[in-house]
Design a protein around this ligand. Structure first.
Ligand code: FAD
Length: 504
């Protein structure tokens, strides 16, 4: 296998590249650069790779710390294929069926089936005619998905001219870039449950549906048609696989290595300072949070964006998270469970319009051990609760526990399961930890909100405006937040680094 990879690789280069941060984007760029023949060093401040997609263990429980929804499996497959590998060389995927359970304010919980025909029957039962309308909605969403994946998401978006081709201009109208998601969904459907089902990926991706371009109905295609998957052993298997691949490609990975400065002179980065050492490099890829790199690692005159610019960005929600070990099995829930039993509009206002701790938030409950017995000790359950909250808030443990109690009460109301007395482990996580663990701007969980004004060329640039050999990648630049986009981002930036050396 190793021989395979080495045969695929280009001639080794003497050019040394530093990649700062070993999240999905950093790992993807390190692998791609090493594959292009560069001498790559990946520096990560935490003791493990994976960034927001890490896991931790506690007395037989294994908790994925961030992402839990494995969508768009072909992006992962394409990534490993580039190196002559397959996803199945590293981890085993399983499609979840039902995909997830939704608890509404009224009525029975709804299980979203993996099979499209069953999904259509379900929406038809809410609203006569919705089944055939769903066919049309999904056909349009497929076009958006295919066009975006074939072309748009792979653009470095350094110039509007990248999009100034007749074909792409025509495609951009087919993408519905200029109309809002909410009105788009309501053109097809009236029933609030259908609308909520379609709006859920938007809410968790971070923006109010009316402010999100209708283009993002492609996420409904990803959800309903391409399915929800689970890597056996947890989402942490993805970063583990990418780390193994990086090592196979010859990347030098240094963990527990906090980068303190990028040394620049005459508009060129020369060296990286980390942990009391300084090492020379020919180019730098910053895969840590963009605003942190700009404001903490670079002298002011080399920053592309001002503090004011960052403060005007619309961030995706942050999250209040709970990792919970329960001393028994819990019934009435699936692997993924969405609690849409409170009004969405009010919660969205508390995230975007008047940032504040929400009164009665929607939340997401994950039970990995429902699918994977290795996620918890025998007979026990591994739970993860995520409440989307506004970025920039603060909380103490007692405030957080009030939210945990609120969620547990709602779980009890809907499932009859009183979990609280059987909790044997709980760890909370919110803005303060996102900042201390990842240097996250305002404690953001998943980068910038997906608004039209923060799409493509309007996102923070992948290439520094002031330092010619400094590049940025990750969820705060193109194409955006999420595990698949971060993996794409890492590959795009590697191409830009290659072009930079070719054009010198
Ligand atoms: C709670 C949560 C749930 C999510 N759910 C999903 C989901 O279900 N599905 C999905 O697709 N996406 C999900 N996401 C989004 C997805 O996880 C992120 O978009 C993605 O992981 C971002 O990857 P990244 O490489 O850009 O950033 P990161 O993962 O943050 O990587 C950046 C790395 O840089 C390191 N770093 C920072 N500063 C320095 C420094 N000075 N020196 C050295 N290293 C440094 C950090 O430690 C980190 O490891 C979720 C995110 C969160 C937080």
């Amino acid at each position: 296998m190793l021989q395979n990879i080495q045969q695929n690789m280009r001639e080794p280069s003497t050019k040394k590249i530093a990649v700062i941060g070993a999240g999905f984007a950093g790992l993807a760029s390190a692998c791609s650069l090493a594959h292009k023949g560069f001498d790559v060093t990946l520096l990560e401040k935490n003791h493990q790779t994976g960034g927001r997609g890490r896991a931790f263990q506690h007395q037989g429980y294994s908790f994925d710390m961030g992402p839990s929804w494995y969508w768009m499996p072909e992006i992962f497959e394409q990534f490993f294929n580039k190196f002559g590998k397959k996803v199945s060389d590293y981890y085993e995927l399983q499609r979840l069926d039902p995909s997830y359970r939704v608890f509404f304010q009224e009525g029975d919980p709804l299980d979203v089936p993996a099979a499209y025909e069953e999904f259509k029957q379900m929406v038809e039962s809410f609203e006569p005619g919705a089944g055939s309308k769903m066919d049309r909605f999904m056909a349009e969403a497929k076009i958006k998905y295919d066009v975006s994946m074939a072309d748009f998401v792979w653009k470095p978006s350094l110039s509007i001219l990248e999009f100034a081709q007749p074909r792409l201009l025509i495609e951009s109208f087919r993408l519905h870039l200029f109309s809002g998601f909410s009105s788009h969904a309501k053109k097809y459907f009236k029933h609030p449950k259908i609308i909520q089902l379609l709006e859920f990926p938007i809410l968790f991706l971070g923006a109010k549906p009316e402010k999100t371009p209708a283009m993002y109905s492609m996420m409904n295609y990803a959800d309903i048609m391409l399915g929800t998957w689970y890597p056996k052993g947890g989402m942490c298997k993805i970063a583990e696989a990418m780390t193994t691949l990086a090592k196979e490609l010859g990347v030098r990975i240094i963990t527990s290595a906090t980068v303190n400065a990028i040394d620049v002179s005459l508009n060129e980065a020369h060296a990286i300072a980390f942990d009391g050492k300084t090492e020379s490099f020919d180019a730098v890829v910053a895969a840590a949070d963009y605003q942190h790199v700009e404001s903490k690692l670079l002298a002011q005159k080399y920053r592309s964006y001002t503090e004011e610019y960052w403060n005007k960005r619309v961030m995706s929600p942050s999250s209040l998270l709970f990792y919970i070990g329960v001393n028994r099995k819990v019934s009435g829930i699936l692997h993924h469970n969405l609690f849409f039993d409170e009004p969405f509009d009010r919660h969205a206002q508390e995230i975007y319009d008047n940032p504040a701790w929400p009164k009665n938030p929607l939340f997401y409950l994950c039970c990995t051990s429902a699918t994977d017995s290795a996620a918890a000790p025998e007979g026990k359950e591994n739970l993860f609760i995520l409440i989307p909250v506004a970025p920039g808030l603060q909380s103490d443990e007692s405030e957080r526990m009030r939210y945990l109690k609120m969620c547990l009460e709602r779980i009890k109301r809907h499932t009859g399961e009183d979990i609280e007395p059987d909790i044997e482990y709980v760890r909370s996580y919110a803005h303060e930890e996102f900042i201390s663990d990842y240097n996250a701007f305002k404690g953001n969980a998943y980068g910038l909100a997906n608004t039209l004004m923060q799409t493509a060329v309007m996102k923070p640039r992948m290439k520094s405006k002031k330092v010619k050999n400094l590049f940025y990648t990750g969820q705060l630049t193109v194409p955006g937040p999420g595990v698949p986009p971060s993996i794409i981002s890492g590959q795009i930036v590697a191409n830009e680094v290659e072009k930079y050396f070719q054009n010198r």
